[in-house]
Design a protein around this ligand. Structure first.
Ligand code: SAM
Ligand code: SF4
Ligand code: F3S
Length: 469
């Protein structure tokens, strides 16, 4: 297959292929992505590049000729893990001196990381940032031409242009709709490692979705750091709600999901589009981060709890069972007990179906890293435990609204429990039920017979005969 992006000329591509296969006929690549779904999606494009150059994918470190770590920088623990793995890779390099080691993704986009890696892990051959994903083949060529440390952390426009992803899942597909973030929440490294917002062209996105649906994909997940600001930077600006309606109009039986929505940009047009849609479930992941206006201000989030609750109330007025999930940070610098009580009050009021909770992690170069913090780490851990225990109580009661109801579920796989399958309904609720693995990849209808604080259980009412690829 010819690489479509024009970073390398066809002659250079040929040169690169000859260099890759100069010693062996089969070359194996191990690609490991950490972090959020956007990074996993970048990983699928990277696999696409490697496959188009002739590499075979492997899931073992031992027999790989190229190891690529696609990293996350959102919390310190994520970075520590990668440094640990980089240390381990040394043994593989000793066994196979021709092994190519590549570090890319969000960590690789941090200015200080590339130089640290260069001096502390001299066996890393190539480093590239999220904004230069399309430069990977050019860096590989540089490597084969003798460059010891081929590195590019620049920012290019549409780094996906012409790169076909090698998808890991047979019926669920992630489709990034924009790159970067403009919001500079004071705790967050993402705008520094993913650059400014750049929307992909609607025609490109719609064509990708059309092809996915035609080839049998049942779930389309639209991705961006703040999808609600999609399209503002285009030559002819459009709204995210508009894009959702175009995706919905594509013929076929599929569900539309999207991540993430910033509350400050959640317009009534967007909420109505979700509520009126047949393909988008009645679910919104609306990260609130904390329940205190004072902390929200220090986080630079640009909304108050009252404004957030207006969105929730509008959705629940039109559908009392509307499902909400959120992200919460515990222990932001100088978060007081009263601030934390605000978070507990908020989760009591909103009744989320699920929370994604994080203890604040200091990120070098962000504004919050300069803020004073007098709350001891043990106190932060205790707050996290209190938060999770309250959520378990709330969710147990809240999930009971599904008892006796029917749900249309996309079957994702076998559950850990023998004889059971698991899947998600349109509103992202996890469901388990007894069934045959032949149903994986199909929509089924179940009746809910039992509820927990994170999922429901049910029995099959109807199998649908839609066939997938
Ligand atoms: N763009 C998304 C949004 O604003 O909703 C979030 C993307 S971020 C990758 C996912 C979550 O990580 C954030 O919503 C936040 O809760 C959490 N997070 C980001 N920076 C963090 C930090 N320094 N410490 C702890 N959690 C953090
Ligand atoms: Fe980070 Fe805020 Fe951007 Fe989300 S919106 S990626 S939390 S800066
Ligand atoms: Fe995602 Fe981590 Fe980067 S959460 S955007 S991979 S810093």
């Amino acid at each position: 297959m010819e690489l479509q992006n024009n970073v390398l000329s066809p002659e250079e591509q040929e040169l690169l292929r000859r260099a890759i296969f100069s010693q062996k006929q089969t070359m194996r690549a191990f690609v490991h992505s950490y972090g959020c779904q956007l990074n996993v999606s970048d990983g699928e494009r990277i696999r696409g590049i490697l496959e188009s150059l002739g590499y075979t994918m492997t899931s073992s470190w031992d027999d790989a000729d190229l190891i690529l770590l696609n990293t996350c920088a959102v919390r310190e623990s994520a970075e520590d893990r990668v440094y640990g793995i980089l240390g381990n890779i040394k043994q593989y390099k000793r066994k196979n001196p021709d092994l190519i080691v590549v570090l890319c993704g969000c960590m690789a986009s941090e200015e200080h990381t590339a130089s640290y890696v260069k001096s502390h892990y001299p066996y890393v051959n190539i480093v590239f940032g999220t904004g230069s994903l399309n430069r990977f083949p050019a860096l590989l060529l540089e490597h084969f031409q003798g460059t010891k440390f081929a590195c590019d952390t620049g920012e290019y426009d549409d780094v996906y242009d012409g790169i076909a992803p090698s998808r890991e899942h047979p019926f669920k597909a992630a489709v990034p709709i924009m790159f970067g973030c403009n919001n500079f929440c004071t705790y967050c490294i993402v705008p520094y490692v993913r650059g400014r917002e750049r929307s992909r062209k609607p025609q490109q996105i719609l064509e990708e979705v059309r092809q996915l649906v035609q080839s049998g994909y049942r779930e389309i997940m639209l991705l961006g750091q703040n999808v609600n600001s999609y399209g503002k930077d285009l030559e002819t600006p459009v709204s995210f709600a508009w894009l959702l309606r175009q995706v919905e109009a594509i013929p076929g039986d599929f569900v539309i999901r999207f991540l993430s929505s910033h509350p400050k940009d959640a317009t009534k047009e967007l909420l109505d589009t979700i509520l009126d849609s047949k393909k988008i479930g009645h679910h919104l992941h609306l990260p609130v981060q904390c329940g205190s206006d004072a902390v929200l201000k220090r986080m630079n989030r640009h909304y108050t709890i009252a404004q957030y609750l207006e969105i929730v109330e509008y959705l629940r007025r039109r559908d009392p069972g509307f499902s909400l999930t959120t992200d919460l940070i515990v222990g932001f610098p100088d978060e007081t007990e009263a601030d934390f009580q605000g978070t507990l009050d908020l989760i009591r009021r909103v009744q989320y179906d699920n929370l994604y909770t994080f203890i604040y992690s200091k990120r070098r170069g962000t504004k919050a890293a300069e803020m004073e913090d007098h709350t001891p780490p043990e106190e932060k851990k205790k707050r996290m435990e209190r938060l999770l225990s309250l959520q378990r109580e709330i969710a147990s009661a809240h999930y009971q609204r599904f008892l006796g109801k029917t749900m249309r579920v996309l079957v994702e796989g076998e559950s850990k429990r023998k004889g059971y399958l698991m899947g998600k309904d349109n509103a992202f609720i996890i469901a388990e039920f007894p069934g045959d693995p032949s149903l994986i990849g199909q929509f089924v209808t179940i009746t809910v017979t039992e509820t927990h604080n994170w999922a429901v259980e049910g029995v099959l009412v109807q199998e649908e005969t839609t066939c997938r690829k």
